[in-house]
Design a binder for this molecule. Structure first.
Ligand SMILES: Nc1ncnc2c1ncn2[C@@H]1O[C@H](COP(=O)(O)OP(=O)(O)O)[C@@H](O)[C@H]1O
Ligand SMILES: [Mg+2]
Length: 246
């Protein structure tokens, strides 16, 4: 099972949107997916309300054990979050999170959504993950934010040597704004090899898809069509990047 963690210590950058659409796209392609919500704000849990629930992340981090889940091809099973999920830097929580995520099995893929902070659960997930991906916003050029993300990855990589950084994914990108186009160009120049060569634009269809808990292709508007085409292109890149390309 390939485990992918969606990470950025800033909120509102599109983590949950990217995580949920990745899960829907993987399932559409016939893969089984465990979607893990590590954020106490429960946004992924809300988006995945239509899916079967296979466990609770709170239980995972309290016990260090993963729920045993059997999935059908093309199925998404949610490991749901709760209000009580701690935002902590406690070492024991880090270790139990890592242990539970490592133990998680039974699907082709695991997509892990995270809170907007580098908490013990996030580091724990990263220690047991295969890939990390970081959506970034281009509203204000925040070099600090990107540096923090990269620093966290380097720290994790010292322990989890096989984790790969897929890159920074420009997200909620407003291509109409010159300032955002300038920022994208600046970021692309500063972090040449780290920027994913796709952007998820700011489109109302992504909000609609999250509200309805569905694949963005199912949003029957012009915005939905454009979003579906753009995410599909990114998804094809993603599959190749994780070693699933044809
Ligand atoms: N590409 C996008 N276009 C339009 N709205 C988006 C897009 N990505 C996210 N949003 C909206 O922005 C808000 C924050 O996105 P979310 O994915 O929850 O970010 P995060 O998980 O990083 O906090 C949500 O209301 C979401 O629906
Ligand atoms: Mg979120």
């Amino acid at each position: 099972m390939k485990k992918i963690v969606v990470v950025n210590n800033k909120g509102g950058v599109g983590k949950t949107t990217v995580a949920s659409q990745l899960a829907f796209h993987l399932a559409e392609a016939g893969h089984s997916v465990i979607a893990v919500d590590l954020d106490g704000q429960k946004n992924l849990t809300s988006v995945m309300h239509g899916q079967r629930i296979g466990g609770q992340t709170l239980h995972m981090i309290e016990t260090g054990e993963a729920p045993s889940i059997e999935l059908q091809p093309g199925e998404i099973v949610l490991v749901e979050s709760s209000d009580e999920l701690p935002v902590s830097t406690d070492d024991a929580i880090l270790q139990r999170s890592a242990q539970a995520i490592a133990e998680l099995d039974g699907a082709d893929f695991c997509i892990i959504d995270t809170p907007p902070t580098f908490s013990a659960t996030v580091y724990g997930a990263l220690l047991s993950a295969d890939f990390m991906i970081s959506p970034i916003e281009l509203k204000k050029f925040s070099l600090d934010g990107i540096e923090a993300v990269l620093k966290a990855f380097v720290q994790v990589q010292e322990i989890n040597e096989h984790i790969q950084f897929l890159g920074l994914l420009p997200s909620r990108f407003d291509a109409v704004k010159q300032s955002e186009r300038d920022t994208l160009q600046m970021v692309a120049e500063s972090y040449a090899n780290l920027i994913i060569p796709h952007a998820i634009r700011n489109r109302i269809a992504y909000e609609a898809a999250s509200a309805e808990g569905m694949h963005v292709r199912e949003v029957a508007t012009a915005s939905g069509k454009e979003a579906a085409a753009e995410f599909k292109a990114f998804f094809q890149w993603f599959m190749t990047a994780i070693g699933e390309g044809n």
